[in-house]
Design a protein around this ligand. Structure first.
Ligand code: IPM
Ligand code: MG
Length: 361
């Protein structure tokens, strides 16, 4: 199986974590029928400094013509606000990556990293957040009015709302889960009432799935009160942005978070959620697991290879038992002689080693 993968290393810790991701892909190449063709597509702050454009047309072409995009991070402290963000938004919009899937999973060996009390998370955390990724305030409609006020419009279309809700329902059905939680602000926003109406309409085709409507403010509380009882969530773009950051923190570190910007009928982009973290860039201490779990999603979503996804997940889980990067090196880890503090490369190596064993068998 030949796959063309566009590689966006980007800024800050982007290149460091992507290098570890490439090691995982090369390992898979060695022990399976996959053949990868990696093509670099420069994007972000460093590119903007050189060419005055954070997403050169040539890079966008490479992305468009690939089978999947692996994205590190973009953003630098010394570039104007919005420059790097604009590049990400353009890719999401122009490739119509309307599903932003953000899984949040607490690995058993990382329970000590969860900021919540042990009794709250005894049953673990395993949440899939489906964030609409093209509309709402991210449509960027608005502006400053006479220097006296500023407006951003929250834009929802029937097409945009329907397709993300449908995708989330399908996920629940496919994975034989019981319920879908829709997060909105229907007590205030007309757009949310529109969303809720469409959720109900589509939901009538999924009568066997329990359907729950929740206001976003109350949902933020539920998320820290009882995260084990939440499995699948669908929400609009900005609420998804906010609740997914809150949820990501529950599993210990942003460094663990993976995401997929998915076009179910086209090219999709996979990215760790941690961002460029310029304060630790170049030190080789970043956690590559967010990237490696994004690659897991690439196999599941773009290559329809759930089995390979499971191997990657298992390799990560096994490696975490005895290896931790500094973002997850807790007091508990310090006091445990079996847990080593490792750098970015060493974490990547540990996962490669486990993956080799799993793929050989
Ligand atoms: C995210 C980020 C982006 C967003 C920014 C960088 C544009 O916060 O992916 O969650 O707001 O969507
Ligand atoms: Mg965000």
């Amino acid at each position: 199986m030949k796959k063309k993968i566009a590689i966006v290393k980007g800024d800050g810790i982007g290149p460091e974590v992507i290098n570890e991701g490439i090691k995982i892909l090369e390992t898979i190449e060695q022990y399976s029928d996959y053949k990868f063709n990696f093509i670099e597509a420069p994007m972000g702050g460093n590119v903007w400094k050189k060419f005055g454009d954070s997403l050169p047309e040539s890079s966008f072409e490479i992305m468009k013509q690939s089978d999947a995009i692996l994205f590190g991070a973009v953003g630098l402290p010394d570039i104007p606000q919005g420059v790097a963000e604009k590049a990400i938004l353009r890719v999401r919009q122009d490739l119509d990556l309307y599903v932003n899937l953000r899984p949040v999973k607490l690995y058993p060996s990382l329970h000590d990293m969860c900021p919540l009390k042990t009794e709250i998370v005894e049953e673990g955390i395993d949440i899939s957040i489906f964030r609409e990724n093209t509309e709402s305030v991210y449509a960027q409609i608005g502006g400053i009015v006479n220097q006296e006020s500023a407006i951003n419009s929250m834009v929802y279309t029937r097409k945009g709302v329907s397709r993300i809700i449908e995708y989330a329902f399908n996920f629940v059905k496919k994975n034989k889960l019981e319920e879908l939680i829709s997060v909105d602000k229907a007590n205030i926003l007309t757009v949310s009432q529109f969303w809720r109406q469409i959720f109900q309409e589509i939901g009538s085709n999924y009568a066997q799935i329990k359907q729950i409507n929740y206001y976003v403010d109350a949902f933020c509380q539920w998320l820290i009160r009882d995260p084990s009882s939440i499995r699948t969530v669908v929400t609009e773009n900005m609420f998804g942005d906010i609740v997914s950051d809150e949820a990501a923190y529950l599993v210990g570190s942003l460094g663990m978070g993976a995401s997929g910007n998915i076009n179910p009928h086209g090219v999709s982009m996979y990215e760790p959620i941690h961002g460029s973290a310029p304060d630790i860039a170049g030190q080789e201490i970043a956690n590559p697991i967010g990237t490696i779990l994004s690659i897991k999603m690439m196999f599941e979503e773009s290559f329809q290879d759930v089995k390979m996804g499971k191997f990657i997940d298992k390799a990560v889980e096994d490696s975490l038992r005895s290896n931790r990067t500094s973002d997850i090196y807790s007091k508990y880890a310090q006091n445990n002689v079996n847990i080593k503090r490792v750098n970015c490369k060493e974490m990547g190596d540990a996962i490669v080693k486990r993956l080799e064993i799993l793929l050989k068998n």
